[in-house]
Design a protein around this ligand. Structure first.
Ligand SMILES: Cc1cc2nc3c(=O)[nH]c(=O)nc-3n(C[C@H](O)[C@H](O)[C@H](O)COP(=O)(O)O)c2cc1C
Length: 426
């Protein structure tokens, strides 16, 4: 704590540094006084003003809120209904305890993982997020530059605001392409072909969104946003959020005009981002079309995991869309074990949803995930500080994972297994 007081961080007025420094400098530090300071800090609502001030990735959320107009922050934050599944994703990690082993010599921590034939320096994957230019003018390109700087796998959304070619160039290496195939087969097929031509080694088919997701936090935020949004959102396609009070009807072409992955395609018959019907026959057809790896994102049950393997899928992402699809109240980390039973070790399984700490990543790996996906934290970093913000988010997570791996006595990711975690006794 005395080292903390001497740190340049605390020399600034930021984070009550002055008062902690004087508390420590006066030599009268008691545990109670320190905890009181910490409590005051947590209640203070102070917001970081540079990436270097962040102590953890959660510090970026208030900075993003401050940087964004209410409706854009609402779009990022929202779940569905009461946001119960958003909270469940996060809270589930606090029910899992870590069992560190002692007296294990860990000189060097190796966080690398092998995923579908490629080795990555960490198991932290950047999830697809649509419309990132709503958070920062450089959008997915800034994320790609950060992914390049820190060597992370990036998955690009179909409804990204930058093209797969631009993002691949900024990343300096191929990215994976997420797929919303739409209700018109030729449109979906063209997106797959374009992504493959850009060098994408994997297509990630998202299957967890139907229509009418009740994104109430977004709708409330929209009501408080007093800006004129019609220049960007005129006649906007409201997609799965259709049905909200006052929602515009349809307007897919105008929506798609701002999404480069639809450039040059005939969208006259497109009415939905999902295929109609969204079923296993569609997966069969897609499997026959995709010449690179095919993953499904949004699987949360053993039965569907088994079916995915039977349909020749190469990997799964256990996901509930960050609690934005339906209000199941079921955290993804609690779905992971049954999905792993379903795949029986035949294909890799990534899990996303609520991962905010290196210890969360450690727990997911211990429960059998090959890698983990990060959604909102990348956008918090992006919204608040652009590329340096995303880099800081990735760096903090890497640092925290390295720390817990060392503490637990696990020098490599493959050495992290179920024996390192235990469920909290209720
Ligand atoms: C603003 C926002 C946009 C998203 N857009 C997409 C998308 O276009 N495609 C997709 O498959 N998932 C999308 N997701 C879901 C994420 O890929 C990921 O599954 C989820 O955010 C993980 O949960 P987390 O945010 O708690 O980390 C989006 C999530 C958010 C928050």
């Amino acid at each position: 704590m005395r080292m903390l007081a001497a740190s340049p961080l605390l020399a600034s007025p930021y984070l009550f540094g002055g008062s902690l420094a004087s508390l420590l400098g006066a030599g009268d530090l008691t545990e109670g006084a320190f905890l009181g300071w910490l409590d005051a800090l947590q209640q203070s609502g102070e917001v970081i003003s540079s990436p270097g001030q962040a102590l953890d990735v959660l510090d970026f959320e208030p900075a993003a809120r401050k940087a964004l107009p209410p409706a854009h922050f609402g779009h990022l934050a929202t779940g569905v209904d009461d946001d119960g599944t958003v909270r469940a994703n996060r809270e589930a990690y606090s029910r899992i305890q870590i069992r560190p082993r002692r007296l294990v010599a860990v000189e060097k921590v190796d966080m690398s993982v092998r995923l579908l034939g490629t080795t990555w320096s960490s198991p932290i994957v950047i999830c697809p997020i649509g419309g990132q230019k709503a958070f920062h003018p450089e959008g997915d390109v800034a994320v790609a530059r950060a992914a390049r700087a820190k060597d992370h796998l990036q998955i690009l959304s179909t409804v990204a605001t930058s093209s797969v070619e631009e993002v691949t160039a900024a990343r300096g290496a191929p990215v994976w392409q997420q797929l919303y195939p739409t209700n018109v087969w030729e449109v979906g097929r063209s997106i797959v072909k374009r992504a493959q031509a850009a060098g994408c080694p994997a297509i990630v088919f998202t299957v967890d969104l139907q229509e009418g997701s009740n994104r109430e936090t977004l709708f409330r935020a929209q009501q408080t946003d007093k800006r004129d949004c019609s220049t960007c959102h005129q006649g906007a396609y409201t997609g799965w959020a259709r049905g909200r009070p006052g929602a515009a009807s349809g307007g897919f072409s105008q929506f798609a005009a701002r999404k480069p992955m639809f450039d040059g395609l005939d969208l006259s018959k497109v009415t939905a981002l999902r295929p109609v019907p969204l079923d296993w026959d569609f997966v069969k057809r897609l499997r026959d079309t995709v010449t690179v790896k095919l993953l499904i994102k949004g699987i949360v049950t053993r039965e569907d995991a088994q079916l995915a393997v039977e349909h020749g899928v190469d990997g799964l992402i256990v996901s509930n869309h960050g609690g934005r699809a339906e209000e199941t109240l079921r955290p993804t980390i609690e779905s992971l074990p049954e999905v792993l039973v379903g795949v029986g070790g035949k294909i890799p399984v990534i899990v996303d949803g609520g991962i905010r700490r290196g210890t969360d990543i450690f727990k997911a790996l211990a429960l059998g995930a090959t890698a983990v996906g990060i959604g909102r934290p990348q956008s918090w970093g992006l919204a608040a500080f652009g590329q340096p913000g995303v880099e800081a988010v990735l760096e903090i997570l890497r640092r925290e994972l390295r720390t817990i791996m060392r503490q637990a006595g696990t020098a490599t990711v493959v050495s992290i297994n179920r024996s390192y975690v235990v469920a909290r006794v209720p």
